[in-house]
Design a protein around this ligand. Structure first.
Ligand code: CMC
Length: 430
C-alpha cells in the first residue's frame, strides 16, 4: 500500500491533511481514520458506497472492466483450469498449492466431511417445511456447540481446524437440510468422491438404489462453487467480518454470513430470479414485467439483473452462461419454458434503454438458477448452494481479519436525526 499523496479538507476555516493510500489495483483511498480526532466530524455513507472498510489481499473486483480476481488470478482462468478445492486453498493461503500441498489439503477436507452424529437430532427439531436456509443458519451456528476444540480465535491452530471443518461440513449440512425437507434419510458423505460429486451424492442418492454421479454435472457444480467462492467486501462478507470483529467464534460468524446472504438483494436472488421467470411464464408477458421493473412506484425489480460494483458485465455471469448452455445441451433441455423466458428477457433487457442507461446486466444469479434447476435442485436449495460455495470466502476474510494486528471491533458512527434532548414526562402529563 503506497502512501505519499495527501487530500486536503477545508472545514471551519482550517485545513486538514488526509493521507491517500494507493492500492495494488483500484482507486486511491482517502484515509479518514484520524478525521474525527482532528476535525471533530464523521463521514456519511449509507450502504458504504464509497467506503473501504478494511484492507485485504484476497479478492479484487474492477466493476468497470468487469474483472474479478482471486489472489490476483482472473476468475475465467480459475473456472477453466482449476477446481473448487484448489481455489479454496488459494483463497485461504494466498498461493496455488503444489501437488503435495493439494493432496494434503484435499485429504484434510475430506476427513472432516461427516458431522457429529448428535447433529442429526438437532435437525429433527425443525419443521420439515422449513426453508433450508433457515435450517442452515441454525445448524451452522450450532456447530460451536459441537466443536468446542476449535472456537478459541486466538489460537491459530484452532482457527485452521475451524476453517477446514466449515469447508468440509457445510455441504453435508446443506445436503442434510435438503434431505430433511424431502422426508428422506440423511446420506453420509463418501470420501472417495471429489467435493462436488460428493455433494450431488449426498443430495440425490437414496439408500434403496445405486446412484452414479454424472461427471459433467459434477464439473458444472464445481464451477458454480468456484464462481461463488469469494467476492470481496459484499454484504454477507462484511457481516462475517463485523461479527468476527467482536471476537465471536467462527461458526457463529459464518452463521451470521448465511443469514445475511439469504436476502433477495444478495444470495437469495438466485431463488427469486427463477421464481420470477416462472411468474412471467411466457415470452409474451415479458413487456409487462419490464414495464413494472421501470416503474418507480412499483417495488418490482428484475431479479438477476444489476450489481453494486459491476457496471459493465459480471464476469461470473459470462462463465455461468457458457456452463448453462453446456448443461442444458448435455441434458437435452431445449424447449423448457423458463429457459425460453430467460433467453428472451436477457435479449430484450440488454437492448432496453432503461437497462442500458443504468448499466444493469445479468448477474451470476441469472444463470446459476437455470443450471441448478436442470441438475434437479428445487429453488429453495439455490441459496444454500451459494452459501456453501461462499463459506471459504467468508472464512478466508475472517482469518485475514483476525490475524491483522490493526483489527478493531467494527463500530460505524451515525448521523443522528431523531428528537433533540428532552425530559421525561409522567404518564398523566402526556
Ligand atoms: N431491476 C430494475 N431496476 C433496477 C435493478 C433491477 N434489478 N437494479 C437496479 N435498478 C435501478 C434502481 O431502481 C435504481 O434506479 P434509480 O437510479 O432511477 O433510482 C438504479 O438502477 C440503481 O440501483 P440501486 O438499487 O441504487 O443499486 P444498488 O447498487 O444499491 O443495488 C442490487 C444493486 C444488486 C441490489 C440491485 O441491482 C438489485 O436489487 N438487483 C436485483 C437483485 C439481484 O439480482 N441481486 C444479486 C446480486 S449478484 C449476487 C450477489 O452478489 O449477491
Amino acid at each position: 500500500m503506497a502512501e505519499g499523496k495527501t487530500a486536503k479538507l477545508q472545514l471551519g476555516g482550517k485545513d486538514f491533511d488526509l493521507a491517500v493510500l494507493s492500492p495494488t489495483a483500484g482507486p486511491d483511498v482517502i484515509d479518514i481514520r484520524k478525521l474525527y480526532g482532528e476535525a471533530g466530524v464523521f463521514t456519511y455513507d449509507p450502504g458504504f458506497t464509497s467506503t473501504a472498510s478494511c484492507d485485504s489481499t484476497i479478492t479484487y473486483i474492477d466493476g468497470d472492466k468487469g474483472e474479478l480476481w482471486y489472489r490476483g488470478y482472473p476468475i475465467e482462468q480459475l473456472a477453466e483450469h482449476s477446481h473448487y478445492l484448489e481455489v479454496c486453498y488459494l483463497l485461504l493461503y494466498g498461493e496455488l498449492p503444489n501437488r503435495d500441498q493439494l493432496v494434503d489439503f484435499e485429504t484434510r477436507v475430506t476427513r472432516h466431511t461427516m458431522v457429529h452424529e448428535q447433529m442429526h437430532y438437532f435437525f429433527r427439531g425443525f419443521r420439515r417445511d422449513s426453508h433450508p436456509m433457515a435450517t442452515m443458519v441454525g445448524v451452522v451456528g450450532a456447530m460451536s456447540a459441537f466443536y468446542h476444540d476449535s472456537i478459541d480465535i486466538n489460537d491459530p491452530v484452532q482457527r485452521e481446524i475451524a476453517s477446514i471443518r466449515l469447508i468440509a461440513k457445510v455441504p453435508t449440512i446443506a445436503a442434510m437440510a435438503y434431505k430433511y425437507s424431502l422426508g428422506q434419510p440423511f446420506v453420509y458423505p463418501r470420501n472417495e468422491l471429489d467435493y462436488a460429486s460428493n455433494f450431488l451424492h449426498m443430495c440425490f442418492s437414496v439408500p434403496a438404489e445405486p446412484y452414479q454421479v454424472d461427471p459433467a454435472l459434477a464439473r458444472a457444480m464445481d464451477r458454480i462453487f468456484t464462481l461463488h467462492a469469494d467476492h470481496e467486501q459484499n454484504a454477507s462478507t462484511s457481516t462475517v467480518r463485523l461479527a468476527g470483529s467482536s471476537g465471536a467464534n467462527p461458526f457463529a460468524c459464518i452463521a451470521a454470513g448465511i443469514a445475511c446472504l439469504w436476502g433477495p438483494a444478495h444470495g437469495g436472488a438466485n431463488q427469486a430470479c427463477l421464481e420470477m421467470l416462472r411468474q412471467i411464464g411466457t415470452v409474451d408477458r415479458i413487456p409487462e414485467f419490464l414495464a413494472r421493473a421501470k416503474d418507480k412506484n412499483d417495488p418490482f425489480r428484475l431479479m438477476g439483473f444489476g450489481h453494486r460494483v459491476y457496471k459493465n458485465f459480471d464476469p461470473r455471469a459470462k462463465v455461468m452462461k457458457e456452463s448453462a448452455d453446456e448443461v442444458l445441451d448435455l441434458l437435452g433441455i431445449h424447449n423448457n419454458p423458463t429457459l425460453q423466458v430467460a433467453k428472451e428477457l436477457e435479449r430484450i433487457a440488454l437492448e432496453d434503454e432503461y437497462f442500458v442507461a443504468k448499466k444493469l446486466y445479468p448477474n451470476v444469479d441469472f444463470y446459476s438458477g437455470i443450471i441448478l434447476e436442470a441438475i434437479g435442485f428445487p429453488t429453495s436449495m439455490f441459496t444454500p448452494i451459494f452459501a456453501l460455495s461462499r463459506t471459504v470466502g467468508w472464512i478466508s476474510q475472517w482469518k485475514e481479519m483476525i490475524a491483522d494486528p490493526q483489527n478493531k471491533i467494527g463500530r460505524p458512527r451515525q448521523l443522528y436525526v431523531g428528537a433533540p434532548r428532552r425530559d421525561y414526562k409522567p404518564l398523566d402529563a402526556r
